[in-house]
Design a protein around this ligand. Structure first.
Ligand SMILES: Nc1ncnc2c1ncn2[C@@H]1O[C@H](COP(=O)(O)OP(=O)(O)OP(=O)(O)O)[C@@H](O)[C@H]1O
Ligand SMILES: [Mg+2]
Length: 511
């Protein structure tokens, strides 16, 4: 057992224009512990760890690392002190090998100063074996799966002799297998004295991996407790200021009327090597979930339906009428909305204010339909304010640039955009990744309301409990194929996992 303090932050204050991100926060980290940091979107979690990592400056307070006090940190200083951060988004260099990425900052050289790729690969091989990561060190990063990239980012942090590892929502896009691999890696290193700060909105994970948990709310510390001395029922109210009983539970009674109503048919979508002849139907008012492991072809299917990628064939029929979209523009025209998984790349205009992002699609549609609407700034902002309130988007004003919002609040802006776009068919790809428990519950209520209004809802999610609680039907994909459709009593987490892993690949009989 390793003892002692790895880090102590005292009275940390950080202000942004219009926002007090941290109001005198205390936080400490013991050697060899996993200390979880939880709180609502915008509570100040990323700000605190970015201050520790030296990438954000702080207004006042002290940070003790080991036995030294620091009133100022910068990224290289923090790295020297053994602090390594694994960011949510991939920061590896795609076009070079795994081995070169791991040793990017001190590549072994030949006598003539060239990179010695052979010894680099050998060293990486030793490290990866030691970490139990089954990835070929000579492969290019671009050829790896998302999960393997994440594991390589962590291996890289370890290779740089991290004493403090910061993981900001590391499992946000991982499925169960990826999460297990990550956890066993953390446990292994913790036992050797590595300390980890772990940020996650999956509160159940905290109980699996953390030794202590600190709750932040509105830039203040609410509590720090040993994991054995707290519970979900204590943490949730501390985070969101109301009890966990108030969280979303869908009442599925009275949803048996789905046999009637308009029918959307996804017919035989296929793209060689990616999506394998997928067909299913959704009734107006139905919430249809798509489960599966990362890489099962779910996002790719959505991209075909939305016209982002060309399909070899496949058509979309609404009550028999062909509405197959040739392009996203076309899709929006046909009343299809697509909330993408990759928000930063395709979902938001980061340097534009919140209100413009929210009202964008709707206005494009109205202009195309030649609806007489002069762009009315006051109305645009008013409409955006309603959405901001509905989704509890934490921003000083609707004129704030999206880039200045916390990760989860950015996510809510994209969601707001599609809710406001008034589409008949909405495809949500991982709608609640990075979103706190309280807001998740509000989002589920909005999705339910959309369904009650007769929209067609398709939700892709790696969060199986989420699918079970929100959907009427769950289709499971594996290797590009739809291998099962689960309804009623069959729709359980266990069944979803079983079919995702291919323990059983028989399509369930239609109910
Ligand atoms: N560069 C910035 N300019 C202005 N405000 C900012 C900036 N960065 C963060 N903030 C604000 O500081 C507050 C704390 O943000 P932070 O990113 O730390 O939240 P978080 O707890 O990590 O939330 P999430 O769970 O959504 O990631 C938020 O209100 C956010 O809008
Ligand atoms: Mg954050």
């Amino acid at each position: 057992m390793v003892t002692g303090m790895a880090l102590r932050a005292e009275r940390i204050v950080k202000n942004y224009p219009g926002v007090q991100a941290l109001k005198s926060v205390d936080f400490d980290l013991r050697r060899g512990e996993v200390h979880a940091l939880v709180g609502q979107n915008g509570a100040g979690k990323s700000t605190l760890v970015e201050i520790i990592a030296g990438s954000v400056s702080y207004d006042s307070g002290d940070i003790h690392i080991g036995d030294q006090k620091h009133t100022y940190l910068d990224p290289s200083r923090s790295i020297e002190l053994g602090i390594q951060t694994v960011h949510q988004e991939n920061q590896l260099v795609e076009e070079i090998t795994v081995a070169e990425n791991i040793f990017l900052y001190d590549l072994p050289r030949t006598r003539y100063g060239f990179v010695n790729l052979r010894s680099c690969i050998q060293a990486a091989d030793v490290l990866l074996q030691e970490l139990g990561i089954d990835v070929e060190p000579g492969k290019k990063i671009s050829s790896l799966s998302f999960v393997d990239k994440k594991l390589i980012s962590i291996a890289k942090a370890f290779s740089r002799k991290a004493r403090i590892l910061i993981l900001d929502e590391p499992t946000a896009s991982l499925d169960e297998q990826g999460r297990n691999a990550l956890f066993s890696l953390i446990r292994r290193y913790t036992s050797l004295g590595l300390s980890t700060i772990y940020i996650s909105h999956h509160l159940s994970e905290i109980f699996e991996i953390a030794d202590r948990v600190t709750v932040l709310k509105d830039g203040q510390r609410v509590s720090t407790k040993a994991i054995g001395e707290t519970s979900l029922h204590t943490i949730v109210p501390e985070m969101i200021g109301r009890s966990s009983q108030s969280l979303y539970v869908r009442d599925k009674k009275g949803r048996q009327t789905l046999e009637q109503g308009s029918l959307l048919q996804i017919v035989d979508f296929h793209r060689e090597g990616v999506v394998d002849h997928v067909s299913f139907s959704v009734r107006a008012g139905e919430v249809y979930g798509i489960a599966g492991l990362v890489g099962a072809g779910r996002t790719e299917l959505a991209q075909l339906v939305f016209g982002v990628d060309r399909s070899d064939h496949g058509s979309l029929l609404l009550d028999g009428k062909d509405i197959t979209a040739g392009s996203p523009f076309n899709a929006v025209d046909e009343g299809i909305g697509f909330l993408t998984e990759d928000r930063k790349d395709s979902g938001l205009v980061l340097i534009q204010p919140v209100y413009e992002n929210i009202t964008l699609v709707r206005f494009v549609k109205e202009i195309k339909k030649k609806v007489k609407s002069l762009l009315n700034l006051a109305k645009e902002q008013d409409d955006a304010r309603t959405v901001v309130q509905q989704l509890d988007i934490r921003t000083p004003t609707v004129s704030q640039k999206v880039i200045n919002l916390s990760g989860g609040n950015q996510q809510k802006v994209v969601l707001g955009k599609w809710l406001f776009a008034d589409s008949e068919i909405i495809i949500f790809d991982e709608p609640t990744v990075g979103i706190d428990v309280g807001s998740k519950s509000e989002i589920y209520k909005l999705i339910e309301k959309l369904a009650d209004d007769g929209k067609f809802i398709i939700i892709i999610s790696s969060d199986n409990p989420e699918l079970v609680s929100v959907c009427d039907t769950v289709g499971v994909m594996r290797f590009g194929r739809l291998v099962a459709e689960l309804r009623g009593d069959q729709m359980t987490e266990e069944q979803i996992v079983k079919h995702s892993l291919g323990v059983s690949v028989i399509k369930e009989p239609e109910l």
